[in-house]
Design a protein around this ligand. Structure first.
Ligand SMILES: C[S@@+](CC[C@H](N)C(=O)[O-])C[C@H]1O[C@@H](n2cnc3c(N)ncnc32)[C@H](O)[C@@H]1O
Length: 252
């Protein structure tokens, strides 16, 4: 495994447990993998990936497409028309985002996902046979060391499985794996804890972070937020967690 790259800023996020253990100290990777292995790998409905709301994915993907178009216009030198060359879908599950978004906006899409039965669905997909899906890495993001330069690193609904320290290291590796005009997009649920803390969920052993925590982690990884917005359009009566996009570029 490659050595950990340098992290900028102070070392406020440390792997030592303080007196009151932070939410991410509860993360247990084996428990997460057990949970996701118990979820059906259904490439048609993708219901297992996103709970039981089939409409959710339509709203989600539409919002992502529009966000990405905006972001491409904000990056000097980035093409605003046509497809990007190479993207990677991180924490890809069965390839919902690859199929519904990335394959439409990128020539080739790699995938990173630790659960073998999910990567098998991607391996068996028409997009793989068509050569749109490129390399598939069956590994958690904490153990992924990119070997290519990407125009787009898309990370959605999965970083809660990494501790804060692992996440900083992951984003440093992402920063170092971007092309000149490359972009990292993070799309994640946001904590609604009344005390402003990250929330631990023992069902899948993950944390849901606050906006402040995400910004602190990006800063430590040497990334700047070029734009950020909430995903709109989810029906209010379902009381879903807010979902926020971040578009990130290396700090110059
Ligand atoms: C809610 S699903 C999201 C899948 C996909 N990103 C999407 O939006 O459809 C969460 C995914 O995170 C994956 N996961 C679990 N632990 C992970 C880790 N350590 N690194 C990356 N992904 C992980 C799960 O296997 C699962 O596929």
């Amino acid at each position: 495994m490659a050595s950990e790259p340098a992290i900028s800023g102070s070392s406020e996020i440390s792997s030592e447990k303080p007196a009151t253990a932070p939410a991410d100290s509860n993360i247990d990777h084996a428990a997460s993998i057990r949970y996701w292995n118990s979820v059906a790998a259904n490439s048609n409905t993708m219901l297992g990936m996103l709970g039981s709301y089939p409409w959710y994915t339509r709203i989600d993907l539409r919002g992502s497409k529009s966000f990405l178009s905006k972001v491409r216009r904000l990056v000097p030198g980035c093409t605003t028309e046509g497809k990007l060359n190479l993207a990677v879908d991180c924490g890809a599950g069965v390839g919902r985002v690859t199929e519904g978004l990335l394959s439409h906006v990128c020539e080739t899409v790699d995938a990173v996902e630790p659960v073998e039965k999910f990567t098998q669905v991607i391996r068996d997909s028409a997009l793989k046979r068509a050569g749109v899906v490129g390399d598939i890495y069956t590994v958690g993001l904490e153990g992924w060391y990119p070997e290519k330069k990407y125009d787009l690193i898309w990370t959605q609904f999965c970083v809660g499985h990494l501790t804060d320290v692992q996440l900083v290291h992951y984003f440093v590796r992402c920063r170092e794996s971007l092309t000149e005009t490359g972009i990292v997009v993070v799309k994640e649920n946001q904590s609604t804890d009344p005390n402003g803390n990250d929330m631990y969920d023992d069902e899948d052993s993950s944390v849901t972070r606050t906006d402040e925590k995400f910004k602190e982690i990006f800063q430590q990884a040497g990334l700047i937020v070029i734009t950020s917005e909430l995903q709109l359009g989810f029906p209010k009566n379902f009381k879903l967690l807010p979902v926020r996009f971040y578009a990130l570029r290396p700090k110059s």
